[in-house]
Design a protein around this ligand. Structure first.
Ligand code: FES
Length: 180
């Protein structure tokens, strides 16, 4: 499926991003507002990731400089917590549940179908920054297993065919959560 095609809008964003170094100026304010002691590193990182979308090297280094926390420690926190990412996320986020309830109802097959549809592996972002594909331990909808979310929208009782339909709704408005 030809899903890895850049839209003109994304192409423009990417070109602009390539030509523009990150503006690190906002970090000074983020640190001033959020950082009082070493225990405040996580809120600072959360706010920085919310601002930049991810935590690239230059952002981590600047946070280390502004807080006085050794960069190795800041990197340690970033890499320890799954909520932080050092690579940009795709515009669309697909989460496939691999928890117990989903696993016993074919969750692994769903993951394989999604990987095949998107042409990418779990834990990666497509080259065109359109998709990020992740697995999670439970999406809190075990009665609908196997389950995945696309941009936060739930799709349950999935089969290979339903995966295709769900992914085709990216950018659409169907909810798919009550389909059988
Ligand atoms: S195990 Fe998949 S939603 Fe709970």
């Amino acid at each position: 499926m030809p899903r890895r095609v850049l839209t003109p809008e994304r192409e423009l964003e990417r070109e602009e991003g390539e030509d523009s170094p990150l503006d690190l100026g906002s970090l000074e304010q983020i640190v001033a507002e959020r950082y009082a002691s070493a225990g405040d590193l996580i809120p600072v990182l959360q706010r920085a990731q919310g601002h930049y979308g991810y935590l690239p090297d230059e952002v981590v280094s600047e946070i280390a400089r502004l807080t006085g926390v050794p960069a190795s420690r800041v990197y340690g926190v970033v890499t320890f917590y799954a909520q932080f990412s050092t690579v940009p996320s795709g515009r669309h986020k697909v989460c496939v549940c691999q928890g117990t309830a989903c696993h016993v109802r074919g969750g692994h097959g769903v993951l394989r179908a999604v990987e095949s549809e998107l042409g990418m592996k779990s834990g990666t972002t497509s080259d065109d920054l359109e998709y990020t594909l992740e697995t999670v331990a439970c999406l809190g909808a075990c009665s609908l297993a196997p389950v995945m979310t696309v941009d936060g929208q739930y799709f349950g009782k999935l089969t290979g065919g339903k995966v295709t339909v769900a992914l085709e709704q990216i950018g659409g408005d169907g909810d798919g959560s009550d389909e059988d």
